[in-house]
Design a protein around this ligand. Structure first.
Ligand code: PAF
Length: 304
């Protein structure tokens, strides 16, 4: 399978890197030239819990030379999904499947402007990854990958994708309810990311303090109420437990939002806690905790 990963940050590099062990043609596409050069020179170093692996995907800064791919995995920030597809449309043939495992709300809508909806798969990942240096990442937490067609139907191509992801080491489960997947991941990020970024705490450290656990809980419950108003029903207590479990499983990880703040990058706050506020307004659900978290992260973006 010919695969391109658009956006080779910590997560894109992790998926592309491991996929290159089981697929002969895997490209990491990223504008960060130092990272591209380091991968092409020394391979991608993946630091695991107890050992280090080196994998050898090809890295490029422009997708022009790749041609059509069978699978394009989108791992750019949810704030630039549309513009990344526009920039890399040279790899999108009529049968290219585009898979988003990004954080945040609104990726599918942005993708549908560039890709036939019948070729879009979306999903979630519970893996955690941190960028240590150009060409060097840390695989900070493992978990399931869930994928599903955005347009519900029987189409066996998703099974080949699930199979290749599983063989690469990403235990993958196919679902027929992609909106539930997206909301479920959104709520995980709502509970973890902004708080970890504001307080400069690793995911696992959020579980040490009663105060942070309570704030996580309040943000999650607002998000569950908002999801319900939007037609997606979750059990409140189960969802709180799920988010806490993921914070534990990725305990050593600095959330992607904390990494963005530390690296002075724009965060995904608008498509995470900000999305809860927006959808809440639409359905008249009050979301004061998420308003505060959104506002604090936006302030941090300006002051860091
Ligand atoms: O955004 C992130 O960092 C990740 O989605 C997660 C699951 C919170 C792990 O760090």
């Amino acid at each position: 399978m010919k695969i391109a990963v658009i956006g080779a940050g910590a997560m894109g590099s992790l998926y592309g890197g491991y996929l290159s062990k089981v697929s002969e043609e895997v490209y990491l596409v990223d504008v960060w030239q130092q990272h591209v050069d380091a991968i092409n020179k020394n391979g991608l170093i993946v630091e695991g819990k107890d050992r280090e692996t080196v994998v050898y995907p090809k890295a490029v800064s422009s997708a022009e030379e790749i041609g059509y791919v069978d699978l394009a995995l989108i791992f750019v920030k949810s704030t630039i999904t549309g513009s990344a597809l526009e920039k890399n449309k040279a790899i999108l043939g009529p049968d290219t499947i585009v898979l988003s495992l990004q954080n945040g709300y609104g990726n599918v809508e942005q993708m549908a402007e560039y890709v036939n909806i019948n070729n879009i798969i979306a999903g979630t990942t519970a893996h955690g990854s941190t960028m240590l240096a150009p060409g060097h990442i840390k695989h900070a937490g493992k978990g399931e990958t869930h994928i599903g067609w955005v347009q519900k139907r029987k189409d066996g191509r998703i099974d080949s994708i699930s199979d290749i992801l599983s063989r690469a080491g990403f235990e993958t489960i196919v679902s027929d309810n992609v909106m539930e997947l997206i909301w479920s991941k959104l709520i995980i990020n709502v509970g973890i990311n902004a708080l970890s970024a504001i307080l400069n705490l690793k995911n696992g450290e959020l579980l040490i303090y009663d105060e942070t656990k309570e704030l996580m809980r309040m943000a999650i419950l607002e998000a569950v109420k908002t999801a319900k108003a939007a037609g997606i029903d979750f059990d409140e207590e189960e969802m709180v437990k799920k988010v806490m479990n993921i914070a534990f499983a990725t305990g050593e990880n600095k959330s992607s939002m904390l990494q963005d703040i530390l690296n002075k990058r724009k965060t995904e706050i608008d498509t995470i806690n900000g999305a809860i506020v927006k959808v809440g307004v639409k359905h008249s659900v009050e979301t004061p905790v998420n308003v505060v978290l959104t506002t604090l992260v936006k302030t941090l973006e300006k002051t860091r």
